[in-house]
Design a protein around this ligand. Structure first.
Ligand SMILES: Nc1ncnc2c1ncn2[C@@H]1O[C@H](COP(=O)(O)OP(=O)(O)OP(=O)(O)O)[C@@H](O)[C@H]1O
Ligand SMILES: [Zn+2]
Length: 724
């Protein structure tokens, strides 16, 4: 009799599928197989073999195995199974996130030779108006080694244009073999500065104590040289044949970090982030799966890759909210990484100048070792912070006189200034001063942001946009004006105030083009006087030695939010952006404009003691029965009407009425309507993680069996970062 296997598919359903296994196939968990599913044949992953098939059903057989080894080795498989249960996300989708797109589609797990294109020696005879083709031909001629199709499209040309050239015999294809993985010769590798005594002490503390699982929270102020510590740690402790994972919030923003790692480890460094193409992903994935001694620097999803020799993990800026996936499989890469270190019995370093309250609390409870670094590298002093009350001051485009003159002084001294604005676009609101009309998104409960550069009104919550108008669309009045500050507006004001100084804007809009952030960083790092204007993109990890002044245009956004995490996030952002000042030889100054200069949180911020603030916030969380003192999950519903969403959650609520569980709601979400979906939420809290997990599992089972009205979607968010 043939045996059976349970297979996970890449489908959003909490269900596995049984198949018979032909006798000649030896299957093991984690292996990729091809299976019939309905009328299709699709890729599946073996979860269990030798399982008992349900009685009375004739099973279809597995078609074949895609390879005779498990794409997901045992440790990765266990990690993802744990995550599936912890986050209540279907196992199939969890397992498939650990595969590169090519392998999800069922392509072979091997590096494909790459098809490249080059110019032939034929003499060009192109029509005079074929400008694009001519330009493409020139590009190909400049690259005799050949260009891949993806490089050609990235340069702005189409497949059609290439085909035309090939049709005329002007371009030809060639096959380029993947380069063999080069192992770095020792001579390529340099080391960095010697550690300062304070860094030395921290580095020693990191390795003290037990081998094996040894989580450390490296709490080092901004500019204290945490990256140097990571490098030193890996140099001394990572064996030459082992793998390490270095998680970073956003790789593209800080290309210098990768460059620093490469200086130490040369070709051992690989990167993993969303801008890689399918081919690059497959290549890196294979190296990791094959156990090559890679040090992988990657964003969120790197935490799920199939390492087989993992023996150290570093999570830089561990407080950063981009570690949490916001939709689908809502995992926290930081928390998954901690669990993974536990599975591997290997050390993990969580580093930050503003650690999350979760991690600080773990340190307080002795679960993590707290290692502190309280001085800046290179003898730089921490920046001095002060509040600028703007209630009674005239503002010019959101900037007060003292802020403008501080910028002037910095520029006079040949230094750079950074102005932080928490919104992109020109202004968050357009308002008519005659009839009071404001322009709202037709699909969301939000106002449209005015983008003057593109003459557009855009919703930052859905993809809606419309042309901007000069007059009020309601009463045609000319008194139709922008209200509030966005980066574009601040950029304009600064350009007028300082006509002889370059003003560089850094936000999602200005950095969309590939390479633009690199160009910006290059300009700033030349060190000539300039003014940087930008969103929290500027707060993250940058090391600009000549920035001595940071101005925060308005700090008040997070002070009165209903989201319980808002104060923590506000303080973290303000301290991180402040930390960009005075990292070189010259001292740094930070001016924070606010209408609430007597707010205790902001006053504490100016004393610069993050631990004091964190303790205060932790005390508030404890008395409010909030995380990290409670385990929290949110059941969210999205329906065609708010009533429908609330009713749905009301119908689930009775299931949660049991000892040890508290619920809040159901209530409409902070932005109740988004892209025409009406959103409501039920917050579920428990003092016991286990009880919460058990309850969530029951809720999922119950809801999976419920006949649902079409268009009412529900999802569970465990350890949510947004609760508004
Ligand atoms: N021991 C040292 N000697 C000389 N320079 C150092 C030393 N350690 C670090 N530096 C330099 O100090 C600067 C700040 O270091 P780094 O970027 O690692 O700080 P960080 O702690 O990661 O900061 P942040 O949290 O603000 O991003 C860098 O330019 C780095 O090269
Ligand atoms: Zn919208």
């Amino acid at each position: 009799m043939s045996s059976t296997a349970r297979i996970a598919l890449n489908r959003p359903i909490r269900q596995l599928f049984d198949y018979t296994v032909p006798v000649e196939l030896q299957l093991q968990p984690g292996q990729r197989v091809h299976v019939p599913f309905g009328r299709q044949k699709i890729t599946g992953i073996v979860v269990e073999t030798g399982s008992k098939p349900p009685a009375g059903i004739t099973l279809k057989p597995v078609s074949y195995a895609l390879e005779d080894w498990p794409a997901l080795p045992a440790e990765t498989f266990r990690l993802l199974s744990w995550a599936s249960d912890y986050y209540q996300h279907p196992l199939g989708e969890c397992l498939f996130t650990a595969l590169p797109p090519a392998l999800r589609r069922g392509q072979p797990a091997e590096e494909k030779p790459e098809i490249c294109w080059r110019a032939t020696s034929a003499s060009p005879e192109l029509p005079a108006n074929a400008h694009k083709q001519k330009a493409l031909l020139t590009l190909l001629q400049e690259h005799p080694e050949g260009l891949s199709m993806s490089a050609i499209t990235k340069a702005g040309y189409t497949q059609q244009q290439l085909k035309s050239l090939a049709g005329k015999g002007l371009a030809e294809s060639l096959i380029r073999k993947p380069e063999p993985a080069s192992h770095t010769a020792d001579s390529d590798v340099t080391t960095g500065p010697t550690l300062s005594p304070a860094q030395e002490k921290a580095a020693e503390q990191l390795v003290e104590g037990e081998n094996g699982f040894n989580p450390c929270l490296l709490f080092g102020i901004t500019g204290s040289g945490k990256t140097e510590i990571y490098l030193d740690y890996l140099t001394k402790n990572l064996a030459r044949d082992k793998q390490a994972l270095v998680l970073v919030p956003e790789i593209n923003l800080t290309p210098q970090t990768v460059a620093r790692f490469q200086r130490y480890f040369g070709a051992r460094i690989a990167v993993w982030h969303s801008a890689l193409n399918d081919r690059e992903r497959l290549e890196t994935w294979l190296k990791i799966r094959n156990g090559e001694p890679i040090i992988l620097i990657g964003t969120r999803s790197a935490a799920l890759l199939p390492f087989t020799q993992l023996s150290a993990i570093i999570v830089d800026e561990e407080h950063d909210s981009s570690y949490k996936q916001g939709d689908g499989f809502r995992y926290s890469a930081r928390d998954v990484a901690v669990y993974r270190a536990h599975l591997n019995q290997c050390p993990i370093i969580l580093g930050s100048a503003t650690p999350s309250l979760e991690s600080l609390n773990n340190a307080k409870q002795g679960k993590y070792k707290l290692v502190r670094l309280e001085e800046r590298a290179k003898n730089a002093a921490p920046p001095s912070l002060s509040l600028l009350d703007i209630r009674s001051r005239p503002l010019e485009g959101g900037l007060s006189r003292p802020a403008i003159s501080a910028i002037q002084q910095a520029l006079n001294k040949g230094e750079q200034a950074l102005v932080f604005v928490n919104r992109r676009g020109f202004a968050p609101v357009m308002m008519c001063f005659d009839c009071g009309h404001t322009v709202e998104c037709p699909r969301c409960d939000t106002r449209l942001t005015y983008h003057r550069r593109d003459r557009a009104m855009r919703c930052h919550h859905c993809d809606y946009q419309t042309a901007a108008t000069e007059a009020c669309p309601e009463c045609q009045s000319e008194a139709f004006k922008p209200v509030g500050q966005g980066t574009e507006r601040t950029e304009d004001i600064l350009g007028e105030a300082f006509p002889d100084t370059p003003v560089v804007r850094v936000d999602r809009d200005s950095t969309q083009r590939k390479g633009s952030i690199q160009a910006i960083l290059k300009q700033v790092n030349k060190g000539d006087p300039c003014i940087l204007v930008g969103t929290q993109m500027l707060a993250k990890g940058h090391d600009f030695p000549n920035v001595t002044l940071v101005v925060v245009v308005n700090a008040d956004g997070g002070l009165f939010s209903v989201d319980f995490r808002a104060p923590e996030q506000l303080i973290q952002t303000l301290l991180q952006v402040s930390g960009r000042a005075g990292r070189g030889a010259k001292p740094g100054e930070v001016l924070i404009q606010t209408c609430h200069s007597d707010h205790p949180l902001l006053k504490a911020l100016c004393r610069g003691n993050y631990l004091e603030i964190a303790d205060q916030l932790l005390a508030e969380r404890e008395s409010g029965l909030l995380p990290p003192f409670r385990a929290m999950a949110i059941l969210r519903a999205e329906g065609n009407t708010m009533e429908q969403s609330l009713q749905f959650l009301d119908s689930v609520k009775p299931m949660t009425q049991r000892p040890g569980i508290e619920t809040w709601g159901p209530l409409p979400a902070l932005i109740a309507r988004r892209a025409d979906r009406h959103r409501a939420q039920l917050i579920i809290n428990s003092g016991s993680r286990k009880s919460l997990n058990y309850l969530l599992r029951q809720i999922c089972q119950h809801l999976d069996q419920m006949p649902m009205r079409p268009r009412t979607r529900w999802m569970i968010d465990v350890d949510p970062l947004e609760s508004g």
